[in-house]
Design a protein around this ligand. Sequence first.
Ligand code: NDP
Length: 295
Amino acid sequence: MDSVETVSLNNGVEMPALGLGVFQTPPDETRDAVRAAIDSGYRLIDTAAAYDNERQVGEAVRDSQMSRSEVFLETKIWISDYGYDETLHGFEKSARKLGVDQIDLLLLHQAVPSAFDRTLEAYRGLETLLADGKVRAIGVSNFMVEHLTSLLDRCKVVPAVNQIEVHPYFAQREVQEFAGAHGILTQAWSPIGGITFYRDGSHGSTLDDPVIGAIARAHGKSPAQVMLRWGLQEGRSVIPKSTKPARIAENIDVFDFDLSAEEITAIDGLDTGRRGGPEPSAVTLEAFGRDIPEA
Ligand code: NDP
């Protein structure tokens, strides 16, 4: 197995470019999925306070006998815990559930446009956690250009990462370019288009796309592997989710081939401009708020 490439974040921290996502992985399946991932060579796990499986992620990492510094743990503060003090406490909840003193990368899960001051206060909490050495890097998720612009006007620390929906059917080029120009790494969620098949959508599944299928056949790889390779070659971090050991292994087996410039352009051409996830403006505390339990 070729080892996973790493990327340098804007503060010099090294992060594996590819990791395991655990959104919608039920708590009782999370330990096995994370364990299978570590056994397959994954060294980055992406979870969130809102996924209800931080505890099981932490248990699996501990059971694996890997030393703490070998596995990069990334989690996210949910919007209900925004505000300065609330975010500091949100860190405590996540760190206790994960069973760690320090989190490698801590993100704000969503911008809340209707409560943006609270979002900014939450980010100030992340800056304090970074200054105190409780986290190694900080960032955001689902921030659009206008949210990044407002944040950059007011923050002291430029976010290291913006984790957003990116797959061949929804590439968010404008957000990616803005982030890149400011030294913010784009990390793709639903990197193999998961949201195009677990959510009812009219544009079908990226896995069945004929352009991706032809490229996959040409390389003797699967459509999922081609989409992950496309993301990596375009400079993104990718965090595919699976609970199945064979797919977990398949999704990391993407460091032994290269897509040509023509193949990358062909995949770029599949962008429909249609978002699978929630409209950022629809994310309100009223609609999406929910209590994150204590550790
Ligand atoms: P993905 O693009 O990773 O796709 C996951 C889906 O694909 C699952 O249904 C999985 O099923 C299936 N799958 C996985 N590997 C393969 C394969 N090789 N061949 C065929 N099917 C496969 O989508 P996600 O939405 O899960 O995104 C990945 C991660 O991104 C999440 O787990 C989470 O960590 C993060 N995320 C973040 C969000 C945010 O708001 N910040 C929002 C959504 C996701 P199975 O498990 O049965 O294999």
